[in-house]
Design a protein around this ligand. Sequence first.
Ligand code: SAM
Length: 285
Amino acid sequence: MNYRHAFHAGNHADVLKHIVQLALLDTFKRKDSPFFVLDTHGGAGRYLLASEESRKTLEAEEGVMRLMAQPKLPAVVERYLKAVQADNPVGAMISYPGSPLLSAQTLREQDRMAVCELQDAEAASLKALFAHDSRVAVLHADGYAQNKALLPPKANGVKIGRGLVLIDPPYEGQDAEYQRILASVSEILARWPQASFAIWFPIKQRRTILHFLRKACALPVKSVLTVELLVRPDDSPLRLNGSGMLLLNPPWQFDQVLAPAMPALKQYLGEAGASTRLQWLKQAE
Ligand code: SAM
């Protein structure tokens, strides 16, 4: 595997993904009952913005840093920026927190999380970050293959009903990745039918993802919502022109939580021809 998230941390795709992730977890926190997070592709957990990788691509400059420069943003975006700032207590933006750290910041005493990561260095980084957090289990393992071991989720032997599965693979073998995601979601639903899912997907040319989205709608879920940010027209198969989050069984009216963020993301992260989309592909009756 060649993929290293350090080259991309804090880019427009991370911004979209992490805004959605935090907004989902915040809605779970409206009730006291515990929730569980399964982060199947955890990455390193924290990324230094002064690293050689980050300085090579400068992707964070065109992502999170552009938002940091704005005096006022919608509450759902401000909430995300506060979470990023909480990982930078001295004030200057030194590091960018990945999905497992952002979730861990949000968990309460009663909530639990499991994070999987396949690569040695990334898994070691996660283990070090969460060594003293008993709510978080780090597995140096294939995130698609842990469903039997982890689900249905439990805390102190008691089943946890609600929760989020975050699936954020590198898409190195694109078609195969879509197949693995769909197979894994089916398996998870069989063991944990109440699960909500947030699945990140790249957009180079949008038509190439339509088959995947159609297949996702055929899964035994009540509702399917997609949220997309194209930072430029999706006319080239060679560039990451945008990305989306496919949400299965999201909270009721979750589109209304995200809607205020969309114009700001387009305005501050987009180039000419940028666009956003927030669309129910299947709605609970
Ligand atoms: N979710 C992270 C975040 O938002 O901060 C970023 C994850 S990055 C896009 C994808 C990660 O998945 C990489 O660190 C890669 O090593 C890891 N990976 C690839 N295949 C995997 C698999 N089958 N199981 C677990 N991790 C995998």
